[in-house]
Design a protein around this ligand. Structure first.
Ligand SMILES: Nc1nc2c(ncn2[C@@H]2O[C@H](COP(=O)(O)OP(=O)(O)OP(=O)(O)O)[C@@H](O)[C@H]2O)c(=O)[nH]1
Ligand SMILES: [Mg+2]
Length: 266
């Protein structure tokens, strides 16, 4: 078993799959994120359903997100868990639904999935078989059940991953993400070491509140025409001196208007 320091967590986002761009997280300064509240699309609530193979770490992940601590003995099935409105910068509470993957719970699972705004689909980083099961079972099952919401794939128990057989998350997930465009983001985390735990539900919430589908065509991997027109319009509005480029002052004004934070030098 390795220690957390050896296990660098990473994320891969769907927008970049198939493009030769290194995956990264778009970071908006915390101070500026509140400016996005008004763009939560009128949503007052997000419901995230957590599914995945038995023992992959679903309940521990939820408990760790809610309590910011790791408990060895979590109940097999947690009651609905609510992350309050102030938990994330968008100011929208998240309800997390734990599920059981036992055969007798399949009906219940399907019911919960029908009411989901986003799905968190787990595998265990120390059990490659659970990763294979994403494409051999779970993602097909979600399609069969006509679950048409964003999916966040989460590799749990990052602290237990065997570094000898390690491939990057991007290498592992890119083919799966190309086949299943409903996967919005992939992320690795460790409930035991509290690494990237809140991030999981942040990405789930973000996928619902700030959906990519109206902006980006997953099939063609291109921005949608109306999005391009809107971006051009924004550019024109920002380009005060009409020289076809945004200078520092214009860029700064745009940043302040959108994110309530000035551009800062790196
Ligand atoms: N080392 C380590 N162990 C973990 C982590 N997350 C969960 N576990 C352990 O893995 C086992 C299974 O975790 P659970 O959270 O019960 O998994 P689950 O997916 O809810 O399991 P079922 O409800 O049975 O489907 C437990 O012994 C946890 O303590 C982690 O991040 N690191
Ligand atoms: Mg459980």
């Amino acid at each position: 078993m390795g220690c957390a320091a050896n296990h660098r967590p990473s994320t891969v986002q769907q927008d970049f799959v198939g493009q030769q761009i290194t995956p990264f997280k778009t970071e908006i300064p915390m101070a500026g994120r509140s400016a996005l509240n008004s763009t939560s699309g009128g949503r007052t609530h997000v419901r995230v359903v957590v599914v995945g193979d038995r023992g992959t770490g679903k309940s521990s992940l939820i408990a760790a997100a809610a309590s910011e601590s790791f408990q060895e003995n979590v109940p097999a099935l947690l009651p609905p868990t609510r992350l309050p409105a102030d938990f994330y910068p968008d100011g929208v509470p998240v309800t997390i639904i734990d599920t059981s993957s036992s055969l007798e719970s399949r009906g219940r699972l399907a019911e919960e999935l029908k009411r989901a705004d986003a799905v968190v689909l787990t595998y265990a980083c120390d059990e490659p078989m659970t990763l294979n099961r994403l494409s051999s079972f779970w993602l097909h099952e979600l399609r069969r059940l006509e679950v048409k919401v964003p999916v966040i794939v989460v590799g749990c128990k990052l602290d237990l991953r065997d570094e000898h057989f390690h491939m990057s998350l991007e290498q592992v997930m890119s083919p799966i993400m190309q086949q299943f465009r409903e996967i919005e983001t992939c992320i690795e985390c460790s409930a035991a070491n509290l690494v990237q735990v809140p991030d999981v539900f942040y990405y789930a919430q973000k996928a619902v509140i700030h959906p990519t589908a109206p902006l980006f065509d997953q099939e063609t991997q291109a921005l949608k025409p109306r999005c391009v027109r809107a971006l051009k319009r924004i550019f024109i509005l920002c380009d005060h001196d009409i020289d076809g480029a945004l200078n520092n002052a214009e860029l700064n004004e745009f940043q302040v208007k959108c994110f309530n934070a000035p551009v800062t030098a790196c």
